[in-house]
Ligand binder design. Structure first.
Ligand SMILES: [Zn+2]
Length: 205
């Protein structure tokens, strides 16, 4: 596997993140571009490896918390964190031109539309909702939802963001009301001073 070059993609620096894959030729829709390869591991091993990466990341946030484990089937996953898996370099995008599909036990990155020569080859990583906040997205597309997240979960994310925005608005409105109440109280405090003055002048008269 090592040393073989892919007929469709070449890898170089990407504006999205690190290195990315770019079409070196016109790629027609439906093309199986590259196979996502790696070590076949059990679900228990996936849990163990994920835990290690997260713990390391927790202790040192500068260290990358990336996990390259791909669901293969109900029993096994593919850990693509190996040098020979060039597909691990492909970036996520909220506006992808590829998707992944498992065909006869192999994970393929497949073009969902025609891709022009020079375009970055991207797909949605399909991450879970549970930990989306740990994976901010910088894909820069107009459709970007701000996080690396499975598109099926976008409505859920948008509902949550709407709730949070409403909460923020309410907080701002409450603050304005509180300020207005305080201003009223302050005005009321100042008022007696005038009365005192009046009383004094009455007393004098
Ligand atoms: Zn994005």
């Amino acid at each position: 596997m090592a040393g073989t070059t892919n007929p469709y993609v070449t890898f170089r620096n990407s504006e999205i993140h690190g290195k990315g894959g770019f079409a070196k030729t016109h790629i027609p829709e439906g093309t199986r571009i590259i196979e996502y390869v790696g070590e076949k591991i059990t679900k228990a091993e996936t849990d163990r490896r994920t835990e290690i990466v997260y713990e390391r990341h927790e202790k040192n946030p500068n260290e990358e918390g990336a996990v390259y484990i791909f669901t293969l089937n109900q029993r096994y996953d593919i850990d693509g964190d190996v040098e020979y898996n060039k597909a691990r370099l492909l970036n996520h995008s909220c506006d992808p031109n590829c998707e992944t599909d498992i065909i006869q036990g192999k994970i393929w990155i497949i073009a969902t539309r025609d891709i022009e020569k020079g375009e970055e080859v991207v797909y949605n990583y399909g991450f879970d909702y549970d930990s989306y906040e740990d994976h901010p997205c910088r894909c820069g597309s107009d459709r970007c939802v701000g996080f690396i997240l499975d598109e099926d979960e976008w409505p859920r994310l948008k509902r949550k963001q709407k709730r949070e925005a409403e909460k923020k608005l309410k907080k701002a409105a409450d603050l304005i009301k509180a300020k207005a109440r305080k201003a009223k109280r302050d005005a009321a405090k100042k008022a007696p001073t005038k009365k005192t003055k009046k009383k004094r002048s009455l007393a004098r008269a």
